[in-house]
Design a protein around this ligand. Structure first.
Ligand SMILES: [Zn+2]
Length: 386
């Protein structure tokens, strides 16, 4: 059993301890006492240095805290440990902010927290609630920041489970519980590391709400992360503004206008494509010799893409007695189009060709297409039409 120094002093970063065991590969070490926090309760582990070797992971194994080293080190006897403070303090800010947010959500939105997660980018609380209005959530966010500015004490106490009172969430544990109290706001049983007063949370910003299968997930930031993210967001918006030649406040309107422009251009391109296809169709029609029955077979030039083939087929099918065959090499695809007086039924022909050469597809009497199993099947199908 490791004596967990962070239970009573979350600001302790340098400590002396004795090695109590180590793995055969000299990568995993346990101590009689440690200030290193192991991953638990949603809070990520600390990093730092132990006996001169980097600690890259800290895990709980039964009652012991196991320090995972970056490289093998035969640590023995007395060692000094040093916890990486910026990482630890970041976790303290996020974790205490979570208690504050969960407490307010519980009291003001009747939304108990069902789970929490502290990630490298942002943290989340999942709450049991069908929905929450933006206004309500903003009021909770405002209240959280008021409490932060009030610098209320955050106290650690050890209390007996049997007689404990006022917990936000009843604990299933028995015996002595470690209780974190934010004065007049929240009392929770928790083994994590926290700041000493709410002022140290710095700031709390709700980022977004996501609907879960059951409940809601609220993403939030605390402390220096609020500033970092605000800075990053401002840069992103400024960069978007530069691309749009718009002020940051006009970025959304600028993007909306851009999307409208793209939609209108796409519509123009579609019309031009149809005009071009009609011109090509007339040219090819004039060059094709009429058969004895008056029909004319027009084969698409190679190398057209799918949309151009479809547009050309459509245009050809509007000309008297015209029959159209086009192919796409990859994936092997056959297009057939036919004028009503051409004697061809495009859909019927495609159906027959699929029965004969494989593939799948279909269409109307005027236009149809099929994807063929391979290029040979496509060539044979086209050959059978000549
Ligand atoms: Zn906690």
């Amino acid at each position: 059993m490791t004596d967990r120094l962070y239970y009573t002093d979350s600001r302790l970063t340098t400590f002396d301890a004795r090695v109590t065991s180590r793995s055969n590969d000299n990568l995993r070490v346990t101590l009689d006492r440690t200030a290193f926090y192991p991953t638990s309760g949603g809070q990520p582990h600390d990093t730092g240095v132990l006996g001169g070797t980097r600690v890259i992971d800290v895990v709980e194994e039964d009652d012991a805290v196991v320090h995972v080293l970056a490289e093998p080190a035969p640590l023995d006897g007395a060692v000094t440990g040093e916890v990486d403070w910026p990482r630890r303090f970041d976790h303290m800010e996020q974790h205490t902010g979570q208690h504050l947010l969960s407490g307010l959500l519980h009291d003001r939105a009747n939304a108990p927290t069902t789970s929490v997660h502290f990630g490298p980018e942002s943290s989340t609380v999942d709450i049991a609630a069908g929905g929450i209005s933006d206004r309500k959530l903003e009021a909770i966010e405002d209240r959280a920041n008021e409490i932060i500015s009030e610098r209320r004490p955050v106290l650690v106490s050890f209390e007996e489970a049997a007689t404990i009172e006022g917990l936000r969430k009843p604990s299933a544990r028995t015996g002595t519980l470690r209780i974190i109290t934010i004065q007049d706001i929240d009392r929770s049983a928790c083994g994590g590391t926290h700041v000493s007063d709410t002022g140290e949370i710095g700031a709390l910003a709700v980022r977004r709400v996501e609907k879960l299968k059951q409940g809601l997930r609220i993403e939030f930031l605390c402390g220096h992360r609020v500033l970092q993210r605000a800075r990053r967001d401002a840069r992103i918006i400024a960069a978007a503004g530069t691309l749009l030649s718009a002020a940051p406040a006009d970025v959304v309107a600028g993007i909306a206008a851009l999307k409208d422009g793209i939609r209108s251009s796409a519509s123009t391109i579609k019309h031009l494509q149809a005009d071009l296809a009609r011109a090509h169709a007339r040219e090819a029609y004039a060059a094709a010799a009429p058969a004895a029955d008056g029909s004319r077979l027009i084969c698409a030039p190679a190398g057209l893409h799918r949309e151009a083939l479809a547009a050309l087929g459509q245009a050809v099918s509007e000309l008297q007695g015209a029959r159209f065959v086009g192919t796409l090499a990859d994936p092997p695809t056959l297009f057939i189009a036919a004028a009503p007086d051409s004697g061809w039924n495009a859909g019927g022909i495609i159906k027959d060709l699929i029965a004969q050469f494989g593939g799948r597809g279909g269409g109307s009497p005027r236009q149809a297409q099929a994807s063929m199993p391979d290029r040979d099947a496509l060539a044979n199908a086209v050959g059978s039409l000549a």
